[in-house]
Design a binder for this molecule. Structure first.
Ligand SMILES: Nc1ncnc2c1ncn2[C@@H]1O[C@H](COP(=O)(O)OP(=O)(O)OP(=O)(O)O)[C@@H](O)[C@H]1O
Ligand SMILES: [K+]
Length: 297
């Protein structure tokens, strides 16, 4: 079983301060941390930690951040041989300020914008060796659509995590195997006219809506709503919970698990991830998840 992520690779520069600055204000920061991130890279790390063979497809700049990020992926067990290092373009960066339980984030896509059709064509052969591909919204939409087209044409399963929120063509929504928005992203994709239940029933065994501390919901082919309540967590930091859920769900689906088993495991993995600091720092191993699921029964 071989899995792939086509997505973003970012360096998160996080400054903590007493509070976030007001417009035009300069504040003294407490600490500055450089933390590997990007939804694509985070999800690939979640998959590798769960023991999957995962290939990361994406781009970084020819700079120190790019080198560190590729090394970080390798150390997590992700295959990085096809990541393109783009000259003259900076590695993607998220500038995050954190203070008083609030934050501000500015994302500079940088090299993530170089994940274009031409790049995808250059890694096509390797991509087609994979059984399943996981995508997010931190690369150009045109690329997302292209990958969905060429992979589904070949019978390769595609999981689309439509985060951050932006609209997606109906044709693409129909083609993907699974679509995994949170509640806010679901509202951007489908509007607010339908209840969550009605929406799930429209896309049985395809639409998976994550609901934070409530857990995750989907619908069976029979029309029965499937609600997987969240495991109770001692929450330290929810950053990366969605990425853990997506990575874990994709790995389980690739193994041929049904949607209910896949969601149960992914839900437990995501809950565990909230008990540690950072997006990648809290991602559990398969053993940790299974142990927790046994204890929870
Ligand atoms: N407080 C929590 N307690 C337990 N599990 C949680 C909690 N918050 C999130 N989770 C788990 O993480 C999954 C994803 O959370 P959520 O729906 O908030 O996605 P998200 O907005 O993409 O997350 P984030 O952006 O914080 O990574 C949930 O379906 C659930 O399994
Ligand atoms: K976390």
């Amino acid at each position: 079983m071989k899995t792939a992520v086509v997505g973003s690779i970012n360096m998160d520069m996080t400054v903590t301060a007493e509070r976030i600055p007001l417009k035009g204000e300069t504040l003294k920061g407490d600490e500055l941390h450089y933390i590997p991130g990007g939804k694509g890279a985070n999800q690939a790390v979640a998959m590798a930690k769960l023991g999957a063979e995962v290939e990361m497809f994406g781009c970084v700049g020819d700079d120190e951040a790019g080198q560190k990020l590729v090394k970080n992926l390798q150390e997590a067990g992700v295959s990085t041989g096809h990541i393109r290092i783009v000259k003259g373009v900076p590695t993607g960066i998220a500038l995050i300020t954190v203070g008083e339980n609030d934050n501000t984030i500015i994302v500079v896509a940088g090299a993530n914008n170089c994940v274009d059709k031409e790049y995808v064509d250059s890694i096509k052969e390797e991509l087609f060796q994979c059984d399943i591909v996981l995508l997010q919204h931190e690369i150009p939409q045109e690329t997302v659509e292209y990958v969905v087209d060429i992979c589904t044409e070949r019978g390769i399963k595609v999981v689309l995590n439509p985060a951050p929120a932006r609209p997606v063509k109906q044709e693409i929504l129909e083609k993907v195997t699974y679509l995994t928005p949170n509640e806010h992203e679901a509202a951007i994709l489908f509007g607010n006219d339908c209840s969550t239940e009605e929406l799930l029933k429209k896309y049985p065994e395809k639409l998976v809506i994550t609901q934070g501390s409530k857990g995750v919901a989907a619908c069976r082919k029979t029309g029965e709503i499937l609600l997987v309540p969240a495991r109770k967590a001692d929450v330290v930091d929810t950053t990366g919970a969605g990425d853990t859920l997506n990575g874990a769900f994709t790995v389980e689906v690739a193994k041929g698990r049904d949607i209910e088993s896949a969601l149960k495991l992914a839900n437990t993995a995501a809950s565990l991830s909230t008990e540690k600091f950072g997006a990648q720092g809290g991602m559990p191993t398969l053993e940790e998840v299974i142990k927790e699921m046994k204890a929870y029964k």
